[in-house]
Design a protein around this ligand. Structure first.
Ligand code: ATR
Length: 271
């Protein structure tokens, strides 16, 4: 039986075993999928041991996504652009690193939520690893612009500069977000984890705005709850992105794409 796992620290709350378990059942694939708690000091050693003992693939989560490329021999272009790896694939000639996070977000927005990224005015909140990971795939879908707003202005400006050849991108603080309503406001800060919301102007959000939190939890996050009170047309948490990035990893490992809809319904019912 082919073995897979998710590696992180902490890892006990990861939904990945649940998701991949349902994918395997649905597609009739014989595979196991477990959780591995691995600290940064032991990352190289433990990942090496997993593959040396016949493991076929790993998902990589906090805090290892930025350092996971040290164990790879090859990386996909989207992993290079994100400068982060969330999926490792065993190959006879060396490990392949991919990043399916941005694709997962874009698939959730377009296919599941019916949002048209082409021509959209996007406000991206945050300029850390989570924000960088989605920039390439979002820009590839040709939005009108992406404005990156961050608490630390310098980080937003640097991230915008890094991607300026791929589209219209601007970095700023929460205070100097451009006037007018955005089509999509995407929360990629870790503020939700502290039940906090970034201080963005209410005028950025209108009845046609989709507010999307890349974080997820039981019901609303602080950001989706606040979005609704200021009149957002729609507010969604990141469950869809989580399931879709997993489906992209599954495709890479098993050569087939599972049906994500029943899995997303199951996870929302159980969370
Ligand atoms: P991740 O990999 O989750 O993106 P990160 O690289 O540490 O983690 O980035 C965290 C992001 O959340 C940053 O954009 C951070 O802002 P700073 O760059 O100013 O640190 C943002 N962030 C964290 N807590 C926040 C809060 N309470 N309010 C607003 N932004 C916050």
């Amino acid at each position: 039986i082919d073995r897979y796992a998710v590696v992180g620290y902490p890892i006990q709350h990861s939904w990945s075993p649940f998701i991949h378990g349902l994918f395997a059942k649905q597609t009739g694939q014989a595979m196991s999928y477990t959780r591995l708690a691995v600290t940064p000091e032991n990352f190289e050693r433990d990942v090496g041991a997993f593959f040396a003992s016949g493991g076929k693939g790993l998902n990589i989560t906090v805090p290892h996504k930025q350092s996971a490329n040290i164990v790879t021999r090859y990386r996909t272009p989207r992993a290079e652009i994100a400068r982060a790896v969330n999926t490792l694939v065993w190959r006879n000639d060396g490990l392949l690193g991919d990043n399916t996070d941005g694709a997962g977000l874009v698939i959730d927005l377009t296919r599941n939520l019916g949002f048209d990224i082409a021509g959209a005015r996007i406000l991206l909140l945050g300029a850390g690893g989570a924000a960088r990971g989605v920039m390439g795939p979002l820009l590839a879908a040709a939005p009108e612009c992406i404005e990156i707003a961050n608490r630390t202005k310098q980080r937003a400006v640097e991230l915008a500069e890094e991607f300026e050849l791929l589209g219209t991108v601007r970095g700023c603080t929460f205070e100097d977000v451009s006037d007018g309503v955005f089509d999509l406001v995407l929360n990629a800060t870790s503020a939700s984890l502290q039940d906090d919301i970034p201080p963005i102007p209410r005028t950025a959000i209108g009845p046609a705005t989709l507010c999307y939190d890349m974080a997820y939890g039981k019901g609303d996050t602080a950001f989706t709850r606040w979005s609704k009170t200021v009149g957002a047309g729609r507010a969604e948490t990141g469950w869809g992105m989580l399931v879709e990035q997993a489906a992209e990893a599954f495709l890479l490992w098993r050569g087939m794409k599972p049906d994500t809809k029943p899995v997303l319904e199951a996870i929302k019912a159980q969370a």
